[in-house]
Design a protein around this ligand. Structure first.
Ligand SMILES: Nc1ncnc2c1ncn2[C@@H]1O[C@H](COP(=O)(O)OP(=O)(O)OP(=O)(O)O)[C@@H](O)[C@H]1O
Ligand SMILES: [Mg+2]
Length: 363
C-alpha cells in the first residue's frame, strides 16, 4: 500500500486506494484558539472534534475550527500562507502536525510509502520551500512513513494527463499559490510557482470593495461564475477583475519561464487547470480565451478542467507513490509503464495486497 498527501494552504487531503476506489480524507488547514474551561474540555473530549490543549488554551483544529470560531467569537488562524508554513504563525508547527497525522492516518505497515506535495520555489517572492518540505518530511517520518516529496504541478500531470502519456501543461490554482508544470512523457521540463491564488483574489477584492475577506470568500465559493461580463461595482465584479488579472499574470509568467531550447519543435500539448480556485463555472473558457492572445512558444491543443479539482493533487501524489512502489516490486526501470500500471487499477492493487500480507507475515 502507498498513500498520496496534498498539503495545501487551505486543505490537507490524503488519498489511498481501496479496491477499485480512491478514498480521500480531508481537513481544513486552519485552527482556532479558545480559552480552556472544564466545560469546553468535557464537550470536546466527548466529541470527535480534533483538538489539543496547551496551558490555558484549547485549540480546535481542521474543519471544526470555523464553527467554533463563530460560537466563541474568535478568528480562525492558518498554519500556512502562500503555499508554505507561515513564519508569522507561532503555533503553525504543532497544528499542522496534528492535521497531517489525522488526515494521513497510521501507516498500514512501518515504512509505508507516502508522496506529499510541495510547491515549486515561487518566482515572484524570495522564499524557499526547503524548510517547509523538511518539516513535513519529519512529521511523516515520525508517524512511521517513508516520505517522498512530489512537486504539486507534477502531481497534476500524474492525475489528469495519464491518457496523454503524461505530456502537457498542468496548473494547480490553489489558495496560496498557483503551481505550473510542463511535462514531456512524465519528465518535467518546466516547473514553477507564483505566490498568488484564491487568497490573493479574496484579499484584493475585499480591499477594493471594503467588505471583510471572509464575506468575499463565501460569495466566491457559493455561486460566483466567470461569464465574461464584468459587472462593475459589487463583490462579484471585483472578483471577476482579480480572477482575470491572476490568469494574465500566470500566462505572462509561463511565457517568460519556458526555455525554448527545451521545447521540441511542433510541440502541441493539452493544458489542464485544477485546484479549488479553478472551480467557478466559466474558468476553463476564460483561461482558454486569455491563452489565445498569449505568445507562448508551443501550441496548445485544448484546455481541460479536472473532474474533481480539490482532489487532483492528492490523487496524483498517490499515483506517483503507487508507481514507485510497483517499480520497486518489479525492478522495472520504465517509469511511465509503471505509472500506467498503477493508474489502471485492479491488478496492481492485488500485488500491493500480496506484498502487504507478506510483510505482515514476517512480523
Ligand atoms: N467553489 C469554489 N469557487 C471558487 N473558489 C473556490 C471554490 N471552492 C474552493 N475555492 C477556493 O479554492 C482555494 C482552495 O483550493 P485548494 O484546496 O486547491 O488550495 P490549497 O491546495 O489548499 O492551496 P495551495 O495549493 O495554494 O497551497 C481557496 O482559495 C478557496 O476559496
Ligand atoms: Mg494545492
Amino acid at each position: 500500500m502507498a498513500k498520496g498527501l496534498d498539503v495545501g494552504t487551505m486543505n490537507i487531503i490524503s488519498g489511498k486506494q481501496d479496491a477499485e476506489e480512491t478514498v480521500f480524507v480531508q481537513q481544513r488547514n486552519s485552527f482556532v484558539e479558545i480559552e480552556y474551561s472544564d466545560m469546553a474540555e468535557q464537550m470536546l473530549s466527548r466529541s470527535d472534534v480534533l483538538h489539543i490543549r496547551k496551558d490555558d488554551a484549547v485549540y480546535v483544529v481542521g474543519d471544526d475550527a470555523l464553527s467554533f470560531a463563530n460560537i466563541f467569537k474568535q478568528e480562525t488562524r492558518r498554519p500556512m500562507r502562500r503555499g508554505i508554513l507561515s513564519s508569522d504563525e507561532k503555533s503553525a508547527i504543532p497544528m499542522m502536525k496534528l492535521i497531517i497525522e489525522q488526515v494521513a492516518g497510521e501507516p498500514t505497515r512501518p515504512g509505508e510509502r507516502i508522496h506529499y506535495s510541495v510547491p515549486a520555489d515561487p518566482i515572484d517572492s524570495d522564499v524557499s520551500v526547503l524548510y517547509h518540505q523538511k518539516t513535513l518530511e519529519s512529521f511523516l517520518g515520525d508517524a512511521g512513513y517513508d516520505p517522498e516529496p512530489i512537486n504539486e504541478g507534477m502531481a497534476v500531470i500524474y492525475s489528469e494527463l495519464a491518457d496523454n502519456n503524461f505530456t502537457g501543461l498542468g496548473i494547480s490554482f490553489g489558495a496560496g499559490m498557483t503551481n505550473v508544470c510542463l511535462a514531456y512523457y512524465a519528465v518535467p521540463v518546466m516547473t514553477f510557482s507564483i505566490a498568488r491564488g484564491g487568497d490573493w483574489i479574496d484579499e484584493q477584492a475585499a480591499r477594493a470593495t471594503g467588505k471583510p475577506i471572509d464575506k468575499v470568500t463565501s460569495i466566491k465559493e457559493d455561486d460566483f461564475e466567470l461569464d465574461f461580463r464584468t459587472d462593475v461595482g459589487g463583490v462579484e465584479g471585483a472578483l471577476a477583475i482579480y480572477y482575470e488579472n491572476l490568469l494574465d499574470y500566470v500566462i505572462e509568467n509561463i511565457t517568460r519561464e519556458v526555455d525554448e531550447e527545451d521545447i521540441e519543435e511542433g510541440l502541441d500539448v493539452p493544458v489542464v487547470v485544477t485546484g479549488g480556485t479553478s472551480s467557478p463555472r466559466g474558468f476553463e473558457a476564460l483561461f482558454a480565451d486569455h491563452l489565445e492572445d498569449a505568445n507562448i512558444p508551443f501550441s496548445i491543443s485544448d484546455v481541460r478542467s479536472a473532474r474533481e479539482p480539490l482532489y487532483s493533487v492528492a490523487r496524483g501524489a498517490l499515483v506517483a507513490a503507487r508507481s514507485e512502489e510497483a517499480e520497486e516490486g518489479s525492478g522495472s526501470p520504465n517509469r511511465s509503464e509503471a505509472v500506467e500500471r498503477s493508474v489502471s487499477d485492479g491488478e496492481s492493487e492485488g500485488d500491493a495486497d500480496a506484498e502487504e500480507e507478506a510483510a505482515s507475515a514476517e512480523n
